[in-house]
Design a protein around this ligand. Structure first.
Ligand SMILES: *[C@@H]1O[C@H](CO)[C@@H](O)[C@H](O)[C@H]1NC(C)=O
Ligand SMILES: *[C@@H]1O[C@H](CO)[C@@H](O)[C@H](O)[C@H]1NC(C)=O
Ligand SMILES: *[C@@H]1O[C@H](CO)[C@@H](O)[C@H](O)[C@H]1NC(C)=O
Ligand SMILES: *[C@@H]1O[C@H](CO)[C@@H](O)[C@H](O)[C@H]1NC(C)=O
Ligand SMILES: *[C@@H]1O[C@H](CO)[C@@H](O)[C@H](O)[C@H]1NC(C)=O
Ligand SMILES: *[C@@H]1O[C@H](CO)[C@@H](O)[C@H](O)[C@H]1NC(C)=O
Ligand SMILES: [Zn+2]
Length: 506
């Protein structure tokens, strides 16, 4: 990945903004009895039959047109939070649900986020332009948005303590090893020591693409660098040789409000809510049609077809914002839920990336041993469905990379399916699913080419039918599904997670 691409990263900021909690004031009693006698109870096989590739594809084309609204500011289609492409996406989702009349009640939950854009960046070390150099998310610009020049100074240990920074860092470029503390702490320590820029190099040979997280006035312009490219530089610095660097970043960090859209059936038992979600935003680099246009549109289509039926349990659809910046929207939603609302959510189903071009049918391996009771029953529903269709599936780690994270951490059973991001398809998976071993599941993951052509329609239709099945099953009944318990202490899940969304903070 080049060093001059636009990046956007965010972090939650503390705010006194009014917290709106959807459905808090809904009297649940009257809703339980409210059924429209003229509609049949939702039936899984019937609603699956209503899922059509043509309708999904038409929606994907529409979403790409919406992403083009981002061109003016970003020079390419994008639906990143804060962009016209994302605002257009929100309007589209909202309008589509609104058109379904009083079948749903819709609410917007707005929340604060910090949005960063790197417009341009360059790093030269000695007389080399390192290929792996990447500006950190939420980095400030260099002074006056101009190139700065200085000596490269090796920082001791991992730069997590102010004492790790020698005096000569002042007016120089700090060269800091990754590890132990967040990138943001290293950059802040460098800034306090008077550095004009900071470079965090990896302890592994790979590049480092991370974020500084919540902004600090002491952050300095910061880059990540691969361990491979850092190695010869460290050697020269350790030999006491002089190495200089030119750093340049033109960037801005701004606070914005963005929105989760929540739609709930006006019918159905609100004490036993079926909840599912997808994220409405993309990364800055591209239009995000597979990630997660696919899941967002699957939800819209299932929500649309569901209106032909009545439901026993209330169904709540969520379109999260700020997933790409670290699960901001889903976190905000779950952490703001009062206990009595938390208890009503029987399960949360995450649908992120439903049609990767080089797909595998992936099921999150969410077991009851590590996760709230019920997660495994949901996992087994997905297994049974793929088996019934005669399709292969694989398990993938349930490790915090998408919006289920906040739910699990707050005691709500969860799970989901996916089709793969930057992981590499194995030989065995090629036999199981077709496609190409050795390539990424989604070769356009987080890139400009994540457009309408970047979705395998076969996989997308199959998974949208499975989403419809999951909704139909639980909207009819939670018979045999574990009762909700409230979280006591922490669950095992916490010790197993490695991510918080796609974002690397350490
Ligand atoms: C109930 O069904 C009738 C006939 O299909 C329809 O006109 C009406 O809008 C429905 N009401 C609700 C609340 O869905
Ligand atoms: C759902 O509909 C199918 C096809 O119309 C029917 O065969 C099946 O019995 C229905 N399932 C239930 C549980 O009513
Ligand atoms: C909710 O957000 C959508 C999308 O931004 C907007 O179109 C709609 O007007 C908002 N509705 C309310 C009641 O604020
Ligand atoms: C699924 O998770 C359980 C732990 O909860 C683990 O024992 C099992 O090996 C995992 N399966 C796969 C295929 O990863
Ligand atoms: C499932 O995987 C096996 C290989 O493990 C393969 O032979 C079979 O064709 C696959 N089934 C489908 C429906 O792709
Ligand atoms: C989608 O995947 C299926 C199964 O691997 C394959 O046969 C088909 O050609 C793919 N479609 C596209 C457009 O790549
Ligand atoms: Zn995603």
């Amino acid at each position: 990945m080049g060093v001059s691409s636009k990046l956007a990263f965010c972090a939650t900021i503390a705010s006194a903004a009014a917290i709106q909690i959807p459905f808090l004031s809904v009297p649940s009693q009257s809703r339980v009895e409210a059924t429209n006698e003229t509609k049949p109870l939702v039936n899984s096989s019937e609603i699956q039959d209503l899922i059509s590739g043509d309708r999904l594809l038409a929606r994907a084309k529409k979403l790409f047109e919406i992403a083009k609204l981002g061109e003016e500011e970003y020079n390419h289609p994008t639906r990143v939070i804060g962009s016209a492409g994302h605002l257009g996406t929100l309007s589209y989702i909202y309008e589509q649900i609104l058109q379904l009349g009083d079948y749903y009640s819709i609410s917007n939950q707005s929340f604060p986020a910090v949005s960063g854009n790197v417009f341009e960046s360059r790093l030269v070390i000695g007389n080399q332009v390192p290929k792996s150099a990447a500006p950190m998310g939420l980095t400030p610009a260099t002074k006056d948005k101009e190139p700065v020049h200085g000596k490269l100074v090796l920082v001791e240990n991992e730069g997590c303590q102010s004492t790790d920074f020698p005096e000569e860092v002042a007016g120089s470029v700090a060269f800091i090893k990754r590890g132990t503390c967040p990138f943001g702490t290293k950059s802040e320590n460098a800034g306090r020591a008077g550095a004009i820029a900071a470079i965090v190099y990896n302890y592994e040979k790979d590049p480092v693409q991370g974020t500084l997280g919540t902004p600090s006035p002491y952050h300095v312009a910061s880059f990540g660098l691969s361990g491979e490219e850092a190695e010869p530089i460290i050697k020269r610095l350790k030999q006491g040789k002089y190495v200089d660097a030119i750093a340049y970043i033109d960037a801005e960090v701004k606070s914005i409000l963005t929105v989760n859209i929540i739609a709930q059936t006006t019918e159905g038992d609100t004490e036993n809510v079926v909840m599912l979600g997808a994220h409405s935003d993309s990364v800055a680099e591209g239009p995000g049609i597979n990630d997660d246009g696919s899941g967002s549109l699957s939800l819209l289509e299932v929500a649309t077809q569901l209106t032909k039926y009545s439901v026993n349990n209330a169904v709540r659809f969520a379109w999260w914002a700020g997933e790409e910046e670290g699960l901001l929207g889903s976190d905000y939603y779950v952490y703001a839920l009062p206990e009595e609302e938390n208890k009503k959510i029987r399960l949360f189903m995450d649908y992120d990336m439903m049609g990767s071009p080089n797909f595998a049918y992936q099921i999150y391996n969410a077991t009851n041993a590590l996760n709230p009771e019920g997660s495994e029953e949901l996992r087994d529903l997905y297994i049974a469905w793929y088996e019934e269709q005669g399709l292969n599936y694989t398990f993938i780690p349930f490790d915090g990379r998408s919006d289920y994270d906040g739910f699990i951490r707050n005691g709500i059973p969860g799970g989901g399916i996916a089709t793969g991001a930057e992981g590499i398809k194995t030989k065995k998976e090629q036999e199981q699913f077709g496609g190409k071993a050795g390539d990424w599941y989604d070769p356009c993951y987080h890139q400009l080419c994540d457009d309408v052509g970047n979705v395998n329609m076969t996989a997308w239709v199959v998974n949208t039918k499975l989403i419809a099945h999951s909704v139909a099953t639980y909207a009819r009944s939670f018979k045999g599904f574990p009762k909700r318990a409230l979280l006591t202490g922490t669950n095992e899940y916490e010790s197993q997670t490695k991510y918080h969304g796609p974002i690397l903070f350490f």
